[in-house]
Ligand binder design. Structure first.
Ligand code: DGL
Length: 265
């Protein structure tokens, strides 16, 4: 019997869990290895050159260790900066994460869209290109928030987070000139769908929040369509790249996603 090669889902932290969820819905028995690059977290405040220098090399090492079927770079920051280099470095299919500007433009009635990402992502020329290509008739406003990444991490550790913090983050987007008409917000960081409820609760008016996770799951399923997955699901494994006992606090949250925390890389 052949041992099924896993799907490897990668992020700087726990954001990739928002992508894992729809993947396991479509492929419930696919073996999963989830890797959080906690040693270099957060990515959003790093220089592009640092992300470019780290991510392809790390993923090549992970590919060697786990021999995955496919790698999902479940991180907008790494994808918008280093996806091409990752593809060059690896000899296997790689699915990236791009800000969901296209579906947001399809949805917006008022033609004003917000892009909420990390500071690094919202500055990327990639976002300019997507806006030009898919939202040329929209005003696209952006806000980068490292704080929101931290709030999503805290939530998964089981900590209470302050509703005022979400209100303030949304205010930074909505209070920009033209923002009064904004009706759709792109969650352009994989951490953010994990606090979607909190963002919805903090919204001063009804806003649609969109992200790309369902599309990534469909793409993953398509690229592995010829694969025979095991008959039964098995627990996935999650590992962090740093060796910090404090990471134990993620164990319970990870179990909620069917993942067992394992030894660091
Ligand atoms: N989850 C990541 C993203 O999608 C990055 C969070 C961070 O490390 O700053 O961009």
């Amino acid at each position: 019997m052949t041992i099924s090669r896993p799907l490897l889902i990668f992020d700087s932290g726990i954001g990739g869990l928002s992508v894992l969820r729809p993947i396991t819905k479509l492929l419930p028995t696919a073996p999963i290895v989830y890797v959080a690059d906690s040693a270099f977290y957060p990515y959003g405040t790093k220089k592009p050159s640092e992300i470019e220098a780290r991510v392809p090399v790390l993923l090549a090492r992970l590919a060697e260790r786990f021999d995955p079927e496919l790698i999902v770079v479940a991180c907008n920051t790494a994808s918008t900066i280093a996806l091409d280099q990752v593809r060059i470095a690896l000899n296997l299919p790689v699915v990236g994460t791009v800000p969901a500007i296209k579906p947001a433009a399809a949805l917006s009635k008022k033609r004003v869209i917000g892009v909420l990402g990390t500071e690094a992502t919202v500055r990327q020329p990639y976002v300019d290109r997507l806006s030009k290509e898919y939202a040329a008739d929209c005003l696209v406003l952006r806000h980068g928030s490292a704080e929101l990444v931290g709030l999503a991490e805290a939530k998964l550790r089981g900590e209470d987070t302050d509703p005022a913090a979400y209100r303030e983050i949304l205010r930074c987007l909505l209070d920009q000139p033209g923002g009064e008409k904004m009706d759709v917000i792109v969650l352009a960081c994989t951490h953010f769908p994990l606090v979607r409820q909190e963002l919805e609760a903090a919204s001063p008016r009804p806003l649609a929040f969109v992200d790309g996770s369902d599309g990534i799951a469909r793409r993953t399923a398509w690229l592995t369509r010829d694969r025979r997955w095991p008959a039964e699901p098995s627990p996935g494994i999650a590992l962090f790249t740093s060796d910090d006992p404090a990471l134990e606090s993620y164990r319970k949250g990870l179990a909620g996603f069917g993942l067992t925390l394992t030894e660091p890389l």
